[in-house]
Design a protein around this ligand. Structure first.
Ligand SMILES: [Zn+2]
Ligand SMILES: [Zn+2]
Length: 178
């Protein structure tokens, strides 16, 4: 299983392979170590198959148990295909070639659908946005839920406000004894 996460110390995006075999994550930039929570990865056959494997139960970074599953589809690629197909169909339309125009539009949609269908799934943490790919990405988790996302967004905003509102090392209201 591969993890892509933002280092909590320096916010660098780091990627690490075979994370299920590790006890700690080390940031490649600042060297900060992150202890992986016990029990976050369970070993055992995946649901519905007898093959041995690993399953992620909670985020290894934050460690929230709320993650969502989605297709690991590069959105830019999807958009690029649609734009290219649209541009090509505009050219054929301009030349008055009706059949090729519709053929191009249909092929563009088909390529997008087929690509989406064959793309593997990945898990993303609502709280810290760490992403998991490969072995251990199980379907124990639901798809993206806006309410859960909003809950974590507000929680993060409150945490930031809280941190900003209380200056470090507040002066003590006490007169020095004579
Ligand atoms: Zn770091
Ligand atoms: Zn997380």
């Amino acid at each position: 299983m591969r993890i892509t996460y933002a280092c909590p110390a320096c916010a660098t995006t780091a990627t690490c392979d075979r994370v299920e075999d590790l006890a700690t994550l080390v940031c490649p930039r600042c060297g900060a170590t992150l202890e992986l929570p016990v029990g976050a990865v369970v070993r055992g056959p995946a649901a519905g198959s007898g093959a041995p494997g690993v399953r992620l139960r909670r985020c290894l970074v934050c460690p929230s148990g709320e993650l969502f599953v989605r297709k690991d589809f590069p959105q830019r690629l999807g958009v690029a295909i649609v734009v290219a197909g649209f541009a090509a169909s505009c050219v054929t339309w301009g030349w008055g070639m009706l059949l090729p125009t519709f053929a191009i539009l249909f092929a563009t949609a088909l390529v997008d659908v087929v690509l989406y269908f064959f793309m593997p799934e990945c898990l993303t943490c609502y709280r810290c946005a760490a992403r998991y790919r490969g072995d251990g990405v199980s379907d124990d988790f639901e798809g993206f839920d806006l309410q859960t996302h909003e809950k974590h967004r507000q929680l993060a905003a409150r945490t930031r406000e809280h941190a900003a509102g209380r200056p470090a090392g507040q002066p003590m209201e006490r007169t020095p004894s004579a």
